[in-house]
Design a protein around this ligand. Structure first.
Ligand SMILES: [Zn+2]
Ligand SMILES: [Zn+2]
Length: 349
């Protein structure tokens, strides 16, 4: 029997199609991606090609290395093909205007690329935790900096991995988009979280995290600062949430200590996806409170990983409702065991 499950935070219903459910081994990538060289002379993100990108706005680099030259470990640059135009010097207050009955406003904001490693063939799944910490530090620094612009309402940090996830360049990178409006998707989440808080006086995400840690069935792993689990009403196979254990509405409030905790969990989870499913394409996104809700007791930032193992079709597009053909508990169990050494392999080696 298929089952409908409701997401506790968003109140979204999902069809868990257990009849059509696939086994964990069915999701493993059959044809591995073409291996990449460590350096590609034609790649604009590889060291030595810094002049091919806009000047950097942040970098972590070796002492004595020159800004906009090689010697960096992580580097943030404005996106050359930005979705929103950077404001001129002093950001003018953005105003909405009318086109007949329609509303419009200038497309001002920020669109940046965080180049995660000088090595062309790396990804967080194959990096050391120390390397991932530096990526998170770059996210935090750029977040805090751009959040100061009064026109910025929401900052979305995301990573597209693989062609199905929309990655056009293979060199490891994440992106950040700062928008002058709060999109409907986030408004809806805030609204539901506030309703929960008004009724029960608790944060819906804190409640969900407590329940998951108590039930353990969908938990993949946890450390002092973060927990990773497959949500009860996962919308896609192997959806994963990484949630800070301390209540925090905005990613901008996260500390350096938490950066290390997040890096450890994120690296471990991505490594399990890599080994457990053969490096699937995925998007991850940091879902955070908008600027004016950054201190709210009802919102709680989290990182969502959405593997691209299935393609949304007509029903999903028409209804907005997802059909998930993987059982969340089974996905969590598979990812838990993907981190443990394979007993068969050790016996053979
Ligand atoms: Zn490259
Ligand atoms: Zn909370």
């Amino acid at each position: 029997m298929p089952e409908l499950r409701q997401d506790f935070a968003t109140k979204e219903w999902v069809i868990i199609a257990t009849e059509r459910a696939k086994r964990p081994e069915d999701w493993v990538r059959q044809e591995p991606l073409e291996p990449l060289p460590e350096h590609d002379v034609n790649c604009p993100f590889c060291p030595g090609n810094e002049a091919k990108t806009p000047p950097e706005v942040f970098s972590l680099r070796e002492v004595n290395s020159q800004t906009n030259g090689p010697g960096w470990r992580v580097r943030a640059i404005p996106n050359k093909f930005a979705a929103l135009a950077a404001p001129p010097e002093e950001s003018p207050r953005l105003v909405r205007s009318r086109h007949g009955l329609y509303l419009q406003m200038p497309g001002i904001g920020y669109h940046e690329v965080i180049i995660e490693s000088p090595r062309h063939n790396k990804s967080p799944a194959t990096m050391s935790v120390t390397e991932v910490v530096e990526i998170i530090l770059a996210y935090q620094t750029r977040y805090v900096e751009l959040d100061r612009d009064p026109n910025v309402q929401l900052i979305t940090i995301f990573r597209n991995h693989g062609p199905l996830a929309g990655a056009s360049l293979r060199h490891p990178h994440s992106q950040l988009v700062a928008t002058p409006v709060v999109p409907l998707h986030i408004r809806h989440r805030l609204y539901e979280a506030q309703r929960h808080y008004d009724a029960l006086g608790t944060c819906v995400f804190c409640d969900m995290l407590d329940f998951e840690l108590q039930e353990k069935e969908r938990v993949i792993l946890a450390n002092e600062h973060f927990a990773a689990f497959v949500p009860y009403a996962a919308r896609v196979p192997y959806e994963i949430w990484i949630v800070p254990r301390e209540h925090q509405a905005s990613f901008g409030q996260s500390t350096i200590e938490q950066a290390a905790g997040l890096a450890a969990v994120l690296q471990a989870v991505l490594s399990r996806l890599y080994h457990g499913l053969g490096d699937p394409d995925y998007n991850y996104v940091i879902n955070t409170a908008p600027h004016h809700s950054s201190g709210e007791p009802f919102y709680h930032w989290h990182l969502q990983i959405l593997p691209r193992l299935t393609t949304p079709a007509g029903f999903e597009l028409g209804s907005g409702m997802h059909i998930n053909v993987s059982l969340p508990e089974e996905a969590a169990a598979h990812l838990r065991s993907a981190g443990e050494p394979d007993p068969k392999k050790t016996a053979e080696d």
